[in-house]
Design a protein around this ligand. Sequence first.
Ligand code: CA
Length: 226
Amino acid sequence: MASDETVIVIVEDDPNISDLVELYLRREGFRPYQAENGERALEVIRQRKPSLVLLDVGLPGDLDGLDVCRRIRSDSQVPIIFMTARDDEIDRVLGLELGADDYVTKPFSPRELVARVKAILRRVEAPRQTSPVVELSDNIVLDSARREVTVAGEPVALATREFDLLKFLADNSGLALTRRQLLDGVWGDDWIGDDRTVDVHVRQLRKKLGEELRLATVWGVGYRLD
Ligand code: CA
């Protein structure tokens, strides 16, 4: 999925972090560019037209990460992942509804960050690629145009969020998604504080769709639809 065309801008003033993240992104075939402060970030983003921006919250100079996000959002919907250092930064990121797509807390694993990057890019690119009808197994068919799931031709009654969760998992199939990514992708702004909501809905999906649904629990991460 990553190609030479997939440009990612890393906005981070700590070169140890940006170099490490750049290394991991490069290894996955992305084309990363670095910016060490807010002003430079806006410049690089204008020049390179990235597919995604990794944005440190605490930046030196006149513009911090939140300012940069606001400026980006004034004319672009490019996905943004915040890199936050402290709890109060997370609160600000979440509280200001700046339109960030995800965030990671330092210190983070570069591997996990790359997984988040891929998940978001897949989500963004998904609508162009997926047909409205997806076969989840020999017998389970999801029709997003009709918002209907059938098992061996028989429609199954799913709650709205159950359908949305299944659709989101299907759009990201093969990818282990954290509960938070699922909450973020399916519940959006309503999710805060209730992590087990996902587990409850997964249980319902398994019950209603049966053994054939290849919905795996990934220990320590979340869920993956195969
Ligand atoms: Ca910083």
